[in-house]
Design a protein around this ligand. Sequence first.
Ligand code: 6PG
Length: 470
Amino acid sequence: DTATLGLYGLGTMGSALALNILDKGFGLYVSNRSAKAVPAFVDEARDEGLAERLTGSDSLEDMVKAMPAPRAIILMVPSGRPVDSTIDTLIPLLEDGDTIIDAGNSDFRETRARTAKVEDAGLTYIGMGVSGGEDGARHGPSIMVGGTPEAWDAVRPVIEAISAKFEGAPCADHLGPDGAGHFVKTVHNGIEYADMQLIAEIYGLMRYGRGDTPAEIGKVFEGWDDGPLGSYLVEITGKVLQATDTETGKPAVDVILDAAGQKGTGRWTAIEAIRMGRSASIIEAAVAARALSSEVGVRAKGEDIFGACRAAIDLSDEILHDALLVGRILSYAQGFRILKAASEEFDWSIDMARTAEVWRAGCIIRSVLLDDIASAFRSDLPEGELIFAPPLVDRLKAASLALRKTVCAAATHGHATPALSSALFFLDTMRHARGTADVIQAQRDFFGRHGFVRLDGREDQHGPWWDDAG
Ligand code: 6PG
């Protein structure tokens, strides 16, 4: 049986997704915590000629009662407690064969726990990452589904229909069980944070190092959108930098407080990376930069005490373009490394190529690079590492000097470039067979007799400092 569709939560994203579902010809039941939003939404749908297959209800209870079974109910409520309380309300109302779909930015650990709880109650649960903002939700988001294969089969037609398309193929797929979909969305957002930070740093070098105006920089970004940096984030950066504040006539960015908000998903990527004993250093740098940006008063005091030190730099558009490209390749690679590590830890079997393909359209990090990355994952990767894929190696070899020059100039002239610097540090670490952790191991052994592996393969060895000590 095809499930009847319901959607609970008519906020900006919920309304947009509901219109998208109606637009694709599906019937839909809707409701909202505050009942006022329901007639308003029905009016909106009517204005768009989409009210024919729509049923609005004043409460979740009424909505469920109105829906013939089997039901599939999409939750578009804020992540965290509202998801739990909605599930608690739904469980006694639903019956065998019904499905709850959480389409918010939920923590994958909560999704795992909720899956177990909902399945215990004899129902089906799907944790679904949705990316693309309001416009994406309305006209085609990228959708990352976690749940059982049977749960996916039941909702697949509607999810594929409402998703973005890349050359006709839906940017939606079932990527693994329980928390897999939400984890993929979390990593998507980690990459989103890194890419936004890399772009902001390149902007900073142009603005405060070269003295370019926001509009001039915006034009450069607009041009870059046509090449290998082609992407939604580069495109919108070109637009925001060329926009003018209607009240003051100043560049729009010049009236915005430079303190970045964050709801948590980027931070979760960094936390999970560290928890697994791995590193997503560029994403970590981006999360740190957002945190430090919020300390507006402290930074102002710092400028009073130390004095500002940003000096003029001479870096061409070409160099900065290549630096951004290398930074982007490396931050995507770090995101996929974390995805792979988590997939192994939780036994999710996430298909990296499919993930890259699902991200090619509809989502915030969509970019031409993701098509190359999808192809790279479909070929043989040395050591399974994306950065060793021959086409990416060629790009990294050709452009990494630009990243080095950029980071050098930034450091020499006092510009903070945490994400670009982390990208360079990652590349320089991964290209040296022998690093400096021998000293760390020696120190650990010296103070704690922790032992080390000798280069000849013998394990649990100790240094001469212990023999000396008797
Ligand atoms: C998306 C976005 C979206 C996210 C915003 C805000 O993929 O559509 O990632 O899900 O909520 O980007 O995130 P922050 O508030 O953490 O910046």
